[in-house]
Design a protein around this ligand. Sequence first.
Ligand SMILES: Nc1nc2c(ncn2[C@@H]2O[C@H](COP(=O)(O)OP(=O)(O)OP(=O)(O)O)[C@@H](O)[C@H]2O)c(=O)[nH]1
Ligand SMILES: [Mg+2]
Length: 424
Amino acid sequence: MKFIDQAQIQVVSGKGGNGIVHFRREKYIPLGGPDGGDGGRGGDVILEVQPTMNTLASFQHKQHFQAESGRNGGGSNKTGRSAEDLVIYVPPGTVIYDGESGDVVGDLVNAGERVVIAKGGKGGRGNARFANSRNQAPRIAEKGEPSEERLIRLELRLIADIGIVGVPNAGKSTLLSVVTNARPKIAAYPFTTLQPNLGVADLGDEQTLVLADIPGLIEGAHLGIGLGHEFLRHIQRTRVLIHLLDGLAEDPLLDFAQINSELALFDPQLRDKPQIVAFNKMDMPEAHERWPEIEKQLLKKGAGGKIKPVPISALAKTNVRKLLYKAAQILSETPEREAEVELPVYRMESNPQEFTIVKENQGWRVNGAAIERAAAMTYWEYDQSVRRFQRILQSLGIEEELRQMGIQEGDSVLIGEFELEWSD
Ligand SMILES: Nc1nc2c(ncn2[C@@H]2O[C@H](COP(=O)(O)OP(=O)(O)OP(=O)(O)O)[C@@H](O)[C@H]2O)c(=O)[nH]1
Ligand SMILES: [Mg+2]
């Protein structure tokens, strides 16, 4: 299975149900009081962590999600039924971005955590709610609040316990394939692995370890050179690193120093992550012969922290279990990290009452969140509703502005999808 770590989806919340204009009908009573009920609430679109998921692959087949709308109100003060929320499941470690602004909307880590990404519309009020002493038979109601549509980008940060890093061709995928259930592509050329691979290793006693094989890193990776850069952020979430050296490389010690400096340049916290160094391809005589000298140099540099560098052969499966148990031991001594570095960006909401007016060919175009919402909720067939809308135009200052700009009798006013005719 290919590892999918990004997805883009389009979500639409449910529209609110309409409130209605209705009057009580009883035998022998010609005109009863208003009893038009409110509309029901439209469904929210919610993202929720499903711990059994570990990729975003399901979003390859489905990118559009729409919650149901609320039902319309009925007579006898019956409120329309509210819609169920639409819950979309994502794997732990999913970061949610607004697809347009790029802002972080949420960061879902723990089982059951959720974020509302599109709010359902409120139900419109029925005419029963507009009755008062001056108006006992209101022919006015509100339509439901419109739905919210949003483009969302999802990004999965691997939550692997252990990341395997190293230069291209070191044998990272080979190591992953011999210690876990994963079957990544392995080949005798660099940059074979294009996406991180995840594998689960069974340590016995119901203990498991999740390992990630990260695409090969090279000098300049933190600047975006090679393939590694995109995946350095995955490493941020692993708690322990296995740094794999290619025993057949020209200068494994230079590689070692370079990878470490790339990690530190990308994120200083990566430098401090516990690291176990493994020297691979020990089945080859060239590697075997170099090992004593390389070990001496590595120890001098303090490589691997408390744990001495381990010589292995991923191909011949020599020492690989030992390496795995050492990694598990370090992991158990490493506390889980606190919340992520990147925090959601909260922007000041723009004032919904603000508006702009532009003169177009067909008429005067009015843009503004509050006025567009009010227009969508207006029943144009009821005079009282229309008059209420006019009062909103007035109170927001739109009417005055239009007059100042020189609007004439008979001109069109365009608001959202509606076209109205101006008359004094
Ligand atoms: N002799 C020998 N060859 C090995 C060993 N481990 C891996 N190889 C070979 O080294 C080559 C690269 O192995 P991969 O596992 O694809 O290396 P990688 O680090 O994942 O490489 P990239 O994905 O390109 O970064 C393959 O030809 C493997 O068969 C080993 O222990 N001994
Ligand atoms: Mg590989």
